[in-house]
Design a protein around this ligand. Structure first.
Ligand code: SAH
Length: 557
């Protein structure tokens, strides 16, 4: 009988042809390994190039905001011009309103460009997709851009695959410098015409900023910009545009605009592109009000306060320092051991909730996969120097449901607090990347005392995957606090064969959670708005599900 080890062990005295056969086999397996490695390397490079491309597009969308906003304004002006003289005479202030709107757009643009100037790309933006055109780029699964008109939060394009694992997750002040600056990017991608023709007076209407010889002096370190720099049309980026004629579904239009496409229209800055840019940036601006303006306080009280109160009551001892005895040969030493509880906020948006949790005395980490959001939150969290440093006009992009022009044109100061002086607990960080991808790493298992999801769980293609991940990363006895609706983001994205959307009812969500070891401790409905203009005649309200669930024990499925 031959033992299995004998069967596999090479014998010492082999015939020459056997040796050659073995050698060839080894060579072949080496070759296979090499091919495999090359494939992985190429795949990684492709993913990086895709990510760089996506990021360039997001930056371009921000850069195109002024043009897109002015294009909208021109549309309004055209309608006004069509009025008969008699009708025009009834709204004589309209011409002035347009002038005011122009100045508001300039002020918003000024904020946006300063934000971009401060942004340090975490990846090399110069890499491109040359040589990958045969790849199935359009179906890249990690490039998900969805516009959900019902849910303002989700109109951001969602970029995944910017994974930063916990040990890699950088402190906010520690971002990796990309090899291509925004200015360089602006130059690199300039390949189309620019209808941009700003006049000097359109630059800034905020007299808090000193205009000195054409320089807008705003002390932001490297964020200070020359007015000519940021308004120079030659520096505007123009993103290749796709032919969207066939695609009437606005959400899909936006999705396609941002995903890779072979059909570029280089020189037509068409309406769909502008609409899309405006919608994206408008969403971010509304999110800024939610998170970083005094005007957003009511909404934060509705959404964030119940979560903060719950964390506060569930972790009452977090501020107290724990004394741990250390035996030594002769005496007992006491060392102060104060490790605050840890809390993760997936889908952190612009970071206010994660910051508030940090200020409450938690080691708080926000996780977010939209570069739109990350660029903005990083700017506010890292670069704001004083409260109310910036002025924006968040509500100018819609003439609907206004009680007065002054309401529509009112300025909003941001940020309402100075984040760096807010009293954050050490360890506060933001981690870029897809929640499921990043936190399914084995090092994340059982790491967190609390997971907080606010308006997040319905962003999933597969909510069960979210619940499973939350359960996995919580310690036994850890808590999951949730507040939000079930307005599934991918519910209406038909047409993509490889897209999925699992849309569970609240009852089913709770049933699935119980399968993953969760027990409900608290549950109620909370009425909230989401990025709503408090002075609008339309106030969409959500009856959100708020709960606290505790992970009793790990469950297998
Ligand atoms: N919690 C914030 C933002 C809610 S909107 C608030 O209450 O204001 C949902 C956020 O989740 C968006 O910023 C979106 O970009 C982000 N998001 C969606 N899917 C994600 C994913 N898979 N991983 C990480 N973030 C995600």
């Amino acid at each position: 009988m031959i033992s299995s080890s004998e069967m596999t062990e090479p014998t010492t005295a082999q015939a020459p042809e056997t040796v050659t056969a073995v050698a060839t086999e080894t060579e072949m397996s080496r070759e296979r390994d090499g091919e495999e490695e090359e494939k992985i390397r190429r795949q990684k490079k492709l993913e990086e190039a895709l990510e760089a491309k996506s990021l360039r597009r997001i930056i371009s969308a921000y850069l195109n905001y002024p043009e897109a906003a002015e294009e909208d304004l021109k549309k309004w002006e055209r309608s006004y011009r069509k009025l008969s003289p008699a009708h025009k005479a009834l709204v004589p202030h309209y011409a002035l309103k347009f002038e005011r709107l122009k100045r508001c757009i300039s002020t918003n643009s000024y904020f946006i460009f300063n934000m971009l100037q401060a942004f340090e790309p975490p990846i090399d933006l110069s890499q491109d997709l040359d040589g990958y055109e045969d790849s199935n780029l359009d179906c890249a699964p990690h490039e998900k851009y969805v516009l959900d008109e019902r849910h303002d939060s989700s109109c951001q394009p969602a970029l995944t695959n910017n994974c930063a694992h916990e040990e890699e997750s950088k402190s906010l002040h520690d971002s990796v410098r990309g090899t291509l600056s925004i200015a360089e990017l602006q130059k690199k991608d300039t390949n189309g015409p620019s209808p941009n023709n700003y006049s000097e007076d359109a630059r800034n209407n905020d007299d808090r900023y000193d205009c000195d010889g054409g320089q807008l002096n705003h002390d932001h370190g490297n964020a200070s910009l020359s007015a000519h720099d940021w308004l120079d049309p030659s520096l505007q980026t123009h993103v290749p545009l796709v032919d969207v004629d066939k695609n009437k579904d606005y959400r899909l239009t936006c999705s396609n605009l941002f995903s890779s496409s072979i059909r570029f229209i280089r020189h037509t800055l068409n309406c769909a592109w502008f609409c899309c840019v405006l919608t994206q940036v408008r969403c971010i601006i509304r999110n800024i009000v939610r998170d970083w303006a005094a005007e957003g306080q009511r909404e934060r009280d509705q959404c964030y306060k119940p979560i903060l109160d719950e964390l506060d009551s569930l972790f009452p001892d977090r501020q107290k320092q724990r004394y741990v005895s250390l035996s030594s040969a002769y005496r007992v030493n006491y060392m102060i051991c104060s490790t605050p509880p840890s809390c993760l906020v997936p889908g952190a948006g612009l970071g206010r909730l994660a910051l508030e949790i940090s200020c409450l005395g938690f080691i708080s980490q926000g996780n977010e996969f939209s570069y739109y959001m990350m660029i903005c939150s990083s700017f506010i969290l890292n670069y704001a120097q004083v409260p109310n440093e910036w002025t924006i006009y968040p509500w100018i992009h819609s003439n609907c449901n206004s009680l007065s022009d002054n309401d529509q044109l009112r300025p909003v100061s941001i940020p309402d607090i100075h984040p760096a002086s807010a009293g954050i607990t050490e360890g506060f960080s933001m981690c870029g990347g897809d929640f499921v991808e990043v936190y399914n790493e084995s090092c994340q298992a059982g790491m967190w005392d609390a997971v907080v999801t606010c308006f997040f769980i319905d962003t999933a293609h597969n909510i069960i995957e979210y619940i499973e991940t939350i359960s996995k990363i919580l310690k036994d006895g850890g808590v999951w606090i949730n507040l939000g609706p079930l307005l599934y983001h991918f519910a209406d994205t038909y047409g993509h064969d490889n897209e999925m959307s699992i849309e569970l009812s609240l009852e089913d969500v709770k049933r699935v959670a119980s399968q993953y070891g969760f027990e409900i401790e608290k549950e109620r409905t909370i009425e909230t708005t989401y990025t709503t203009n408090p002075r609008s005649m339309m106030q969409n309200r959500y009856y959100t599900a708020f709960w606290t669930m505790r992970k009793k024990c790990a469950i297998t499925t």
